[in-house]
Design a binder for this molecule. Sequence first.
Ligand code: ADP
Length: 328
Amino acid sequence: MTRVFSGIKPTGHLTLGNYLGAMRQWATVDQYRADALFCIVDLHALTVDHDPARVRRLSRQAATLLLASGLDPERCTMFVQSHVDEHARLSYLLECVATDGEMRRMIQYKEKAARERRRGGSVRLSLLTYPVLMAADILAYGADEVPVGNDQTQHVELARDLAVRFNQRYGHTFVVPRATNPAVAARVMNLQDPVSKMGKSDDTGPGIVYLLDEPDVVRKKVMRAVTDSGSEVVYDRESRPGLANLLEILAACTGGEPAELAASYDGYGALKRDTADAVIEVLRPLRKRHQELCADPGHLEAVLREGAERARGMARPTVDAAYRAIGL
Ligand code: ADP
């Protein structure tokens, strides 16, 4: 059976982008078709300035939302990265295979390092080596596929390169993984700035719909979304990004096609109203289930404990084999 690994960073409250671009696919498709692992990658949250108590809180919240979105711990393995030592153990070996130049070429490193410097902070070494830890996350489980948004494709390419290089140098040890992108909603954009991704790590903004936003907050955010000048509803990502984003969100929520939906509207107001309704309806069951799960924190802890045990059982033989391959 195909093995799938995917992760989510506890660096902020989860957004509609996380749900439509990743979580929904995990819950409705991946956990049924594959041997799937879903990991809350808390070590990755330490690569930039953070409040440790918040990281812990957000990890638990992300895990609760994954369950609320329909991940079934009987079908898939759901766990927290720092609960499984194998990630860090393998990351070190891969650091000995990766090069400094490779790391400095990573687009996300360049962007995030520039952001940290602009804020007057120093850049943590772990921000540079982050893609190596991500490679370890993937290779430790022998994952065949890594479903990610476009922003992560370069990192999965690196994981491939490191797997091939390690195998050549020390003997066959790792499965060479490949990235897969979701067909719809690969990129939900910020409602106030539709050329940037709706990212949870950004500051709380009116352009980001959080999964736990109250319905009236969702409605306000969608109604205030920036649209482009003009009044005709057309689907054109290049010249009408604000409108295209709303149409894509509506399509992702209702199962329609953005271009066909565009043809059925003759004004922005009705499109925004319908999009707000559709988003509220998609989030309703998730919010309800989240509330129920919050009433039973013991259940979540048990799920994460069992998930970590299962994950450890899968990762340990591979990581041990990597140490043996080097002769350690
Ligand atoms: P973030 O960028 O919010 O920090 P993560 O790196 O934790 O997200 O990603 C978790 C998953 O959610 C990844 O598969 C990522 O590609 C997806 N994702 C995040 N933001 C969006 C978005 N705006 N649109 C579509 N998918 C997204």
